[in-house]
Design a protein around this ligand. Structure first.
Ligand SMILES: *Cc1c(COP(=O)(O)O)cnc(C)c1O
Length: 427
């Protein structure tokens, strides 16, 4: 059998190959990427684009960041995987670095975001039975309408995206769904019997960048604390500088440091991280918690062959160093303000866009058309033709999330492209 993996094929050839040989579980924009560097990606024919998706915020540090790729190369030639059957000389130092970085006693390392969410759900349930005396198999976890936490059977059980759910049942029981950004509903839900935790995104990314009220995170955490329920923050998309703080649970403080000292910071009982924790270079995810929670997990009770591998661990340390090396928190905050200001102004002159919303460099515009219309998709195709890649989410919403290493000048150029594209589109 001859591999064609090194052959030079056209974009159309490559699209045809994916169509014929790959499962159709995605509907990509018709662009085939062959190279990335910083805020740019190039297609197979050599056309250059600004990346305004950043691999769903996994590439916050920019494509192929030399420091992160350097860490990968060096460790790849030394030791890649030991499994957790043995200790390795990278995991301990990584765990120390990570827990100090985010201010928790312990980490449980995994690989993908969904696995980390699953891990948090399992820890939460076990904690409920062993520490709270909830009767076995009765624990309930509160989640929000419009959530996105990944694709496993349990996680899609509490999704309300019909596409993600339908015909994947029977569903995992034990979840209570409440409206997002509804403290009253949360108060009622935690008062139900046998509630163990509240799993929430501090901003709903996939749902279309829904930013809750300013006091939502802090108040929700307080309601959970008073009720003896774990507050579990899924910061897989919002975390690691994306929203203009180290984490979104840092709130809107203008801290340029680790947020633990800041008064607006809400410490979750469990913090779930993925995506940008490795700068998009290798799948790394993590659940962080303090000892009184993490100690419910004992040898043999949870794990993953690749979780905590030396390669991913080295990559993650480099990726997290880049956040502070390059002041990405401050840059995300500054550029985010510029982006929303420009879009706000533009909206005054154009009725195709209803509104812009977001925090830091996680933003979205809502198109003035029904979610069933193809307008947002068609705008994204036009943006692609003009050299900027973005993807619609939930029909009429376009998310704009460039790498955080963007300069102010580049951002203005991107705003020019977006405005020009939409202006021409309305004609
Ligand atoms: C992307 C994402 C996940 C799932 O991560 P995967 O690595 O795709 O499994 C979970 N939660 C949130 C908030 C996400 O954005």
């Amino acid at each position: 059998m001859e591999a064609i993996i090194n052959e030079k094929l056209s974009s159309q050839d490559l699209i045809n190959l994916e169509d014929k040989h790959g499962a159709h579980n995605y509907h990509p924009l018709p662009v085939v990427l062959a190279k990335g560097e910083g805020v740019y990606v190039w297609d197979v024919e050599g056309k250059k684009y600004y990346d305004f998706l950043s691999s769903y915020s996994a590439v916050n540090q920019g494509h192929c960041h030399p420091k992160i790729v350097g860490a990968l190369k060096e460790q790849a030639e030394t030791l890649t995987l030991t499994s957790r059957a043995f200790y390795n000389n990278v995991l301990g130092p990584y765990e120390k670095y990570l827990t100090e970085y985010f201010g928790f006693d312990k980490v449980l390392p995994m690989n993908t975001g969904a696995e980390a969410v699953e891990t948090a759900l399992k820890i939460c349930r076990k904690w409920a039975y062993e520490k709270q005396g909830i009767p076995e198999n009765e624990a309930k976890i509160i989640v929000c309408d419009g959530n996105f936490h990944g694709r496993t059977t349990t996680i899609i059980s509490f999704s309300n995206d019909e596409g993600a759910r339908k015909n994947f049942g029977p569903y995992t029981p034990g979840f209570i769904k409440i409206p997002y950004n509804d403290l009253g509903a949360l108060k009622k839900a935690v008062a139900e019997e046998n509630v163990a935790g509240f799993l929430v995104e501090p901003i709903q990314g996939e749902a279309g960048v829904f930013v809750p009220d300013d006091n939502f995170v802090a108040e929700a955490a307080k309601i959970c604390k008073d009720a003896g329920v774990l507050f579990i923050a899924d910061e897989i998309q919002t975390g690691i500088a994306r929203t203009g703080g180290l984490l979104r649970v840092c709130g809107d403080c203008s801290c340029e440091n680790k947020c633990e000292q800041q008064s607006t910071y809400t410490k979750p009982d469990m913090l779930v991280l993925g995506k940008a924790i490795s700068g998009g270079v290798f799948p790394v995810s993590a659940v962080l918690a303090d000892n009184h929670i993490m100690e419910v997990i004992k040898p043999g009770q949870h794990g993953s062959t690749f979780g905590g591998n030396p390669l991913g661990s080295k990559v993650a340390v480099a990726a997290l160093e880049v956040i502070y090396d390059e002041k990405l928190i401050q840059n995300a905050r500054k550029l985010g303000n510029i982006f929303r200001e420009r879009m706000e102004k533009f909206i005054q002159t154009n009725d195709l866009i209803k509104l812009v919303r977001g925090k830091g460099l996680l933003n979205a515009i809502v198109i003035n058309d029904s979610p069933e219309s193809s307008t947002a998709w068609d705008i994204c195709v036009a943006l692609k033709d003009n050299g900027l890649l973005a993807k619609p989410t939930h029909g009429n919403i376009i998310r704009f999330a460039p790498p955080l290493v963007m300069t102010e000048e580049q951002l203005h150029e991107c705003c020019d492209i977006i405005e020009k594209t939409i202006k021409n589109f309305s004609k």
